[in-house]
Design a binder for this molecule. Sequence first.
Ligand code: ZN
Length: 508
Amino acid sequence: MERIKNIPIKLTLFAFILSLYTLIAFHKPLLDLVLECVERDLNGWIIVGSIALLTLVVNFMVYYLLLYLCRLVGKIVIALTLIANATALYFVNTYEVLLTRDMMGNLFNTNVSEASGFLSFTPIIYVVLLGILPCIYLFKRKVEYGSLKRLFANVGVSIVAIAIIGVANMGNILWIDHNAPRVGSLFMPWSYIANTVRHFHHQAMINREEIPLPDAEIIDEEPKVCVLVIGESARRANFSLYGYERDTNPLLRGDSVKIYNAVASATSTTMAVKAILDHKPTGNKLYEILPNYLERNGVEVIWRSTNWGEPPLHVANRSNLAALRERYPDADARYDGILLEGLKEEIESATADKLLVVLHTSTSHGPTYNKKYPEAFERYVPVCTTVEMSKADHKELINAYDNTILYTDYLLHSIIEILGSVERNSAMIYISDHGESLGEGNIYMHGMVSASMAPREQLDIPFIVWQNGDNREVKELEEVGHYHVFHSVMDYLDIRSDIYDEEKSIFN
Ligand SMILES: [Zn+2]
């Protein structure tokens, strides 16, 4: 027995075994996803086979190169990826997540209280069985590394195989273009490595010193408050205010609100929230965002969020979910109602003439829509409770989603009630960050592709305005967007500067 172990294994076979193991142990979610996205015909099976083969060949080639060129260091690197693969697989299986850039950001941004929820026994089993055990084999097995000639032969054959797979799928370009972000996000270990790098690169980009905007002037002393509510994944089509057949806005219906058709300029939360707070499309550049700009120029700003992904904030009075939980221990921290706790008192105790309140909500965020509203708002039943949206009953999925809109209706109405009871003139502007796909064309959620390629459901968002006191006249506009927020808020609060764009204000 000992002797058999000591016979060195050829590197070609060794790399193949490791790659085959990686395919079998870690790629069931990938193959399941691909199976969901293809027709069950010959071409569908070609796609499935190609992706399995591609995974096998790419990992074989990389393992071979790593081991040949780096020997023990190569083994250590592969061992680390096996352990990381096992951890990633646990997350994918348990939370039905894709390992996209946003998701890696989510993991790195998860605060300790949330992370402790992950520290159960199951991930340890994953890591030990799928990560550490194969590492024992990886380190114990003696390897015959072979010649440089064999290295070239193996890499050459791998590249030819990849090329053949590519040619065989020439006709599937559209399918690949459409599904690559999701499918690629389950390709281990490359998905999480690449997306972690992309996440930190993105963070570095947005954490740069922001470019200041020209100083602004407050042109009168009339006490006013503007509440900007940033919605999450709320799509226009499911608001009865916009003609949805279900009465999902029973409260707002009686609130004499003004509605606009808005189109999102991005489909991921991070990009969309930046756009809402920016004065114009700024690409990767970081200009002073609305709350930072207004606070610097004498406006009092309150920022409350149960969500994440906003650009760097320099507002003194800001509370994330953890802070709100601490401030209001009796409130139910599971729902966005916590954003309104003590808000009236906070508005009333403001001393500056102009007050901006930003509430960054999270209500319609999937996949578990049924967990985003209190029981009293479960009007449409039965609701989908699975996180596997594609396997959910479509009607149940819509029911759960519509209940989140019903809860949003309640939240906005509650804000209107609060504003109606304070001394200041007030306005509320509600806009969603982006819409949501609920199975149209087999697409779910949002943010998988850039805005230019995104389906309408992810782009068509509500923009709802309400005012109290000395109401400003509002414009009739066919379509508005994220960038109308900045200038409308400036206009409403009587703030002027060189970057103020009257065209982009909804007020006359
Ligand atoms: Zn979002």
